[in-house]
Design a protein around this ligand. Structure first.
Ligand SMILES: Cc1cc2nc3c(=O)[nH]c(=O)nc-3n(C[C@H](O)[C@H](O)[C@H](O)COP(=O)(O)O)c2cc1C
Length: 347
């Protein structure tokens, strides 16, 4: 079985990856995570110029280090949202920068991944294809049709978008793992995402069969993340993640009709727009209030769940309390995990 260390030789175990959060995870965050021995990912949506800019930032900060990246690759990854990004615009970026990993998520139909993977492999043969997915059936279908190098299994606690119908990582990952093994795909390494914010979560994910973890919400409190101060304040303030976050399609409908594929909703702090919606306020009226709020200086973000714009965050948000450098996050989480695993080994 291939291990992730073969394709990511600069990384330390357990592998910690920052989620490619479009608009949040730029070159500064990704390079800091990579330089700390994790895998840094840069997020993108539709603007490929801005992705190139973030890749250059990462490239500048990694240039003077001695990172051991496989020949012909650059030691950060790039995330694309397949339903909205244009393959023909993404390909030249990948061909120019040759990221170690291309991460794909949110295809319109699962077959879209097959087309993307084939074209990406041609554009940059050493780049590994990672696909994030949130069900057993989708994982098996992607394994069959797309032959991904890695599958990221996303549990329903995840912040941001994911399958509307989901399961927590604690049952999802082992079922995916068993089913893939039965179908002859046990060679595909799995990483876990959704609600993992510290060493306890990482140790649990490894026990479930993951080779590494992807964290989004925890990195919203990294010094290098791109974030509005009010957004970050709301994340730091939030406690009791299952109570103060909610999964809903509403968050994508505030701006107008949702552009996301039908199978997806998203987890955000349960902001005022959501509370109003649940108590019966019409979508039309919520859209008007939203439009006014996002035009203001705080862009509709607020603390105390009073905001009008989505604050994407996972259920682990209650464990995210301090702003720290990404390097400290990676190093602390890794050390906590090792300590838990060695305690467990003594039992
Ligand atoms: C603010 C935010 C933005 C996100 N944006 C993206 C994105 O652009 N592309 C993507 O593949 N996943 C995105 N995600 C989802 C992550 O890939 C991942 O599944 C999630 O962060 C894991 O759960 P956690 O937040 O509990 O760690 C986002 C998550 C958050 C919290």
């Amino acid at each position: 079985m291939s291990t992730l260390r073969d394709s990511l030789p600069w990384t330390s175990s357990p592998l910690i990856v920052n989620a490619p959060m479009a608009g949040f995870a730029g070159g500064a965050l990704a390079s800091a995570v990579t330089l700390a021995g994790g895998l840094g990912l840069i997020g993108s949506a539709v603007d490929m110029d801005s992705l190139r800019k973030e890749l250059r930032i990462a490239s500048d900060s990694i240039a003077s280090s001695h990172i051991d990246s496989p020949p012909g690759t650059f030691p950060v990854g790039v995330g694309f949202l397949a339903f909205i990004a244009k393959l023909e615009e993404a390909l030249p970026v990948v061909a120019d920068f040759k990221p170690a990993v291309v991460w794909l998520f949110a295809a319109k139909e699962l077959d879209q991944y097959t087309e993307w993977a084939a074209a990406l492999r041609k554009a940059s043969p050493e780049t590994k294809i990672w696909i994030q997915v949130g069900s057993v059936a989708a994982a098996v279908q992607i394994a069959r049709t797309t032959k991904p190098d890695v599958l990221c299994i996303q549990g329903a606690d995840a912040g941001g978008h994911g399958f509307e119908k989901g399961a927590g990582i604690i049952s999802l990952l082992p079922e995916v793992s068993d089913t893939l093994a039965r179908e002859g795909f046990s060679h595909i390494p799995l990483v876990a995402s959704g609600g993992i914010v510290d060493g306890r979560g990482v140790a649990a994910a490894l026990a479930l069969g993951a080779q590494g973890v992807v964290m989004g919400t925890r990195f919203l409190a990294a010094e290098e993340v791109i974030i509005h101060p009010k957004y970050q304040a709301a994340v730091l303030q939030a406690r009791d993640g299952g109570q103060v976050t909610a999964r809903s399609k509403l968050f994508d409908q505030l701006r107008g009709p949702s552009i996301w594929p039908e199978a997806y909703d998203g987890r955000s702090l349960a902001i005022q727009s959501h509370k109003d919606f649940v108590s019966g306020v019409s979508l039309e009226s919520l859209r008007t209030t939203y439009k006014e709020a996002v035009g203001a200086e705080d862009k509709g973000y607020d603390t105390d769940l009073r905001g009008r714009a989505a604050i994407w965050a996972g259920t682990g948000v209650g464990l995210v309390n301090n702003v720290e450098s990404a390097a400290k996050v990676v190093q602390d989480v890794r050390a906590e995990t090792m300590e838990i695993l060695s305690r467990g080994a003594k039992l």
